[in-house]
Design a protein around this ligand. Structure first.
Ligand SMILES: [Zn+2]
Ligand SMILES: [Zn+2]
Length: 97
C-alpha cells in the first residue's frame, strides 16, 4: 500500500476556491438508484480513506452514501470501504451532515 499524503480540510477546500460552480460528480452515476438531486449543487467534498481521492457530492447523494450505502468504492483504486471511513467535508456555507 503506497503511503498517502494527508491533506488538511483547508488544503482540500483551497483547491476549490477558483472553481465557480461545484457540480455533483455523481450527476450521471451509473450504478442503480443514486438519490442524486439534479437541481442541487454539490455541498460536500468526499475523500476516500485509501488514496485520498475526492469528489463533490450533492446533499441527497451524500446522505444516501453516508446513511444507507453499505460500502463506497474508492474512485481511484476501486477498493470498498464502509462510509464512516470516508470524510464528508461540507463546502463553505453548507452545514455538515
Ligand atoms: Zn448529486
Ligand atoms: Zn483507493
Amino acid at each position: 500500500m503506497p503511503s498517502v499524503e494527508v491533506e488538511s480540510d483547508l488544503d482540500l477546500l483551497a483547491e476549490l476556491v477558483e472553481v465557480d460552480e461545484f457540480p455533483c460528480c455523481d450527476a450521471n452515476h451509473p450504478r442503480g438508484v443514486s438519490f442524486h438531486d439534479p437541481s442541487a449543487p454539490a455541498e460536500f467534498l468526499i475523500v476516500s480513506p485509501c488514496c485520498g481521492d475526492r469528489g463533490l457530492l450533492c446533499r441527497a447523494r451524500s446522505q444516501y452514501l453516508r446513511n444507507v450505502a453499505a460500502t463506497i468504492h474508492c474512485m481511484r483504486c476501486d477498493q470498498r470501504w464502509p462510509p464512516e471511513r470516508y470524510r464528508f467535508i461540507p463546502l463553505p456555507g453548507f452545514l455538515p451532515l
